[in-house]
Design a protein around this ligand. Structure first.
Ligand code: CA2
Length: 182
């Protein structure tokens, strides 16, 4: 809780702790792909009982804790996901994406992620490497910073923590590196 006596402790509660936090608020875009809006209602034996709203609420709580501003979107349309990725450049410091079935088919999403080069974490609820052969191939895994797969809804939180740590290190690097040495 912030102090209630009108004085501050020098920290903006909307800002993250850590080296970069005094300069700006990190913004991260969360993208959920096709059919993830059905979570919790269908196929609970495969995808669990948590709804997408519940996952987004826990992400929002962690975002508040880490001082990260989150925008969360879901689409069943490949082109819409591509457009959102393109628009992410210069707006978001990071992306977390579960492209769902497009993981295994979409050169367009891969090309968009490669083009914007915003640090991205790929998330899958299930372990795609121990499922059907067609799910083992991800078209984006070699253009993203990292992949979290098989931890259910917790995977999104691990991804956000990992991205936060990565982006914080980048900011420290930017501040401490001498001009012309990068
Ligand atoms: O494990 C994951 O997160 C997946 O990205 C989920 C995708 C699947 O195509 C990928 O291979 C792995 C499927 C998302 C659809 O979610 C549903 C949820 C409830 C009912 C039906 C589908």
């Amino acid at each position: 809780m912030p102090p209630t006596n009108g004085k501050t402790d020098g920290r903006n509660p909307r800002r993250g702790e850590g080296a970069g936090s005094a300069l700006y608020m990190m913004r991260v875009l969360i993208l959920h792909g096709p059919n993830l809006n059905l979570l919790g209602n269908r196929e609970p034996s495969v995808y669990g009982t948590a709804t997408l709203d519940a996952i987004n609420e826990s992400l929002s709580r962690l975002g508040d804790e880490l001082g990260i501003e989150l925008d969360v979107r879901q689409s069943n349309h490949e082109g819409e996901l591509v457009t959102w990725i393109q628009e992410a450049k210069a707006v978001y410091q990071g992306i977390i994406i579960n492209p769902a079935a497009y993981t295994h088919t979409s050169v367009a999403i891969r090309d968009a992620l490669a083009a914007v080069s915003v640090p991205t974490v790929e998330v899958h609820l299930t372990n795609i490497h121990r499922r059907e052969a067609f799910r083992r191939r991800s078209y984006i895994s070699d253009v993203v910073h990292g992949q979290v797969t098989g931890f259910g809804p917790t995977g999104y939180l691990l991804a956000l923590r990992g991205l936060h740590a990565h982006l914080s290190r980048q900011v420290v690097g930017d501040i401490t590196s001498k001009p012309g040495t990068k």
